[in-house]
Each structure stands twice: as C-alpha cells, then as structure tokens.
Write a protein that binds this ligand. Structure first.
Ligand code: GLY
Length: 339
C-alpha cells in the first residue's frame, strides 16, 4: 500500500503531467501598443505593495512577477484584512483567498486556505503546475505543502485575537464600511470591526503584458467555509490583454452576484474608459442592492491595454495607489456614487 505522503507526491507529479501548457500567444488577439509600465492597487496598503511590484517592473520583469511580488508585501504585513495576520472566521480560524491571472488567460486561485503565508504564490502554482484553476480548503493546503510552502503555526495575531474576543461578546455581523483605512483592528460599539477587504493589484509591463492578483483574509468573522470574490476569476479579478484588466474590493458577495471584474472589462470592450466602466459596474451593484447599498462598500480599479487607469467606489473613503515611472507613491481618493 502506498503511504498517504507518497500518494500526495505521486499524485502531484501526475497532475503536473496533466497540467495544461500555458495558453499560446499565437491563439490570442494581439494587444494594442502599450504605454509605459504601471501598477495600480487598492487601498492605502497599495502604496507599499506597489513598491514591491515596481522593483520587478523597473528591472524589466513581467507584469505577472510584479503582481505576485507586490501583494506578497501586504500578505507579509500584519494587516487586518490580508494574510495570516487577518481577522479569523467565526470559529476563530484565519482562512485566506487569492488568485492571479496573466495576459494569456492563464489563471489560478486558492480559497479557504489555512496556515500558508503567501496564498497568492500558491495560486500561481495552481495556475502553472496543475490542470485546474481553483483549489480550496484542505486540498489547497495539501497542494501548497507538496509544493514546499511551510505550514505556519495556527495562531491569531495579537490584534486579530483582540478583535475576535471583542466580536465574541455579541457574535453579530455588522460591517463597518471603509474600516480598511483605519490602520489596525478597531472594534466598533456593536462588538466587531468585521473587515472584509482585500488587496487587488493590476500591472502593465514594458512589453504590453497585463496581469492581476488579489489576496485577502476575507470578511472578518465570516461563516466557516465562506468564500468571497477575491479567489474567483471574473469576480475579484479579470484580465483580457486585448482590452484591459479590472479588480474588485469590498463586499465580495455583491461583486460575485454581478461578476464584477469581468463586467468592468466587458464594458471597456464596448468602448467605456476604465473610469466609466468601473462607475457603471458600481451603479449596477447599487441598483441591485437598492437602499441596502448604504450598508456596504464596493470599489473597482481598472487599466486599459494602453495604460489608461480608472477607479470608482460605491461610498466615499476608498483610495487606490498608482505607481508610474513619474511618481511611484501616488495615493488617490476615488470618486464615489453615494453622496
Ligand atoms: N472582497 C473580499 C471579500 O469579500 O472577501
């Protein structure tokens, strides 16, 4: 009888054999001539993340390497909403979602991944070393370990522990919009900050290749097994090199129900600017939610194949970071719908 460990190794090897070859550029539409390299990402944390990505682009690296390196900066920081320092689910366990997509429709994601520091890098391995696009839960962790990612201790960061203990006093889910910008784990009067946000990043390299990444610990104190938009290609992230790329942040359920990032890219395909496409997608969410739109935050960032950027939020308070050769540390307050 083969041992379980041997089975995992041999099945990983078998899967590697089955893994689809990267999609061939020849079969895809040609990208329009691109502008200079750039990186755009969500929230204030994006300024530091963009620096990680810019080092790659500045050295002549690919957009794909840039978006992985960039969000790893945020995953490694002890933030409330991304990586192992994030708020746990309602059972007290941190579960992570991430995805990545390149300029040739190659993509990979992980959902509900536990005890792995860099889910975006596991997502990239899913893309490059398996025939699949999404691995979840225990299977995602098995794959990560088989790929050499260390299992980190199962323990909450001090801030997450404090927030979780406070939340347990009421165990009620009452989101506080834009809590992401407050810098730590504030606890509201109702007993919890209930963060549910993400870093999403898009990059255009000097060869005109677009790529994107998303990574998050998801909604704080979520139900066990809950998956948001961030690991789902077409919801949290979509890239079509002939048109542009888009990514989402905010309440994942409301991004998933209208296939947010894909919608933004399709609106750009119809001729909208990145800004106008982000706005129209937000307007659709507002129309779907009706008066309940005031209870949530959702925002999109987008970049066209030519390097035009845009962003739009449902509510005030969303900022995004833009990095170009001219200015690598821009933090811009996005326009918003609800006044
Ligand atoms: N946008 C992140 C989430 O809802 O999980």
């Amino acid at each position: 009888m083969p041992s379980r460990r041997k089975f995992l190794h041999s099945s990983a090897a078998g899967l590697a054999g089955l893994a689809a070859a990267p999609l061939a550029a020849a079969a895809l539409p040609t990208a329009p001539a691109a502008g200079p390299p750039l990186v755009i990402s969500t929230w204030d944390a994006g300024v530091a993340a963009n620096q990680g990505a810019w080092q790659v682009l500045h050295g002549g690296g690919t957009a794909l390497d840039a978006v992985e390196a960039g969000v790893r900066v945020t995953e490694a920081a002890q933030s409330c909403c991304v990586g192992l320092g994030g708020n746990p689910d309602r059972d007290g366990i941190v579960t992570l979602d991430a995805c990545i997509m390149d300029h040739q429709f190659n993509c990979g994601g992980v959902a509900a991944l536990e005890r792995i520091k860099h889910p975006v890098s596991v997502a990239r391995r899913v893309m490059e070393r398996t025939p699949h696009v999404l691995l979840v839960g225990e299977g995602a962790q098995q794959f990560a370990v088989a790929q050499g990612f260390p299992l980190e201790p199962r323990q909450l960061s001090p801030d997450a522990e404090k927030a979780y203990r406070e939340w347990l006093k009421t165990s009620q889910y009452r989101p506080v919009v834009n809590i992401e910008n407050t810098g730590s784990h504030p606890v509201g009067p109702t007993g919890g900050a209930n963060n549910h946000d993400t870093i999403a990043m898009l990059a255009l390299d000097g060869q005109g290749r677009l790529s994107g990444s998303c990574t998050t610990s998801g909604m704080g104190f979520k139900m066990r097994g809950r998956v948001g938009d961030s690991p789902l290609i077409g919801s949290g992230l979509f890239v079509d090199n002939a048109v542009g790329a888009a990514a989402a942040t905010g309440q994942g359920e409301d991004v998933v129900r209208m296939a947010g990032a894909h919608t933004v890219v399709e609106l750009m395909r119809q001729g909208r600017s990145p800004q106008a496409a982000c706005r129209e997608a937000v307007e659709r969410i507002a129309a779907i939610k009706g008066p309940k739109a005031r209870d949530i935050q959702v925002a999109f960032i987008a970049v066209s194949a030519r390097g035009q950027v845009g962003a739009f939020a449902l509510q005030a308070g969303f900022s995004y970071a833009l990095c170009t050769a001219a200015d690598q540390r821009q933090l811009i307050a996005a326009d918003h719908l609800l006044k």
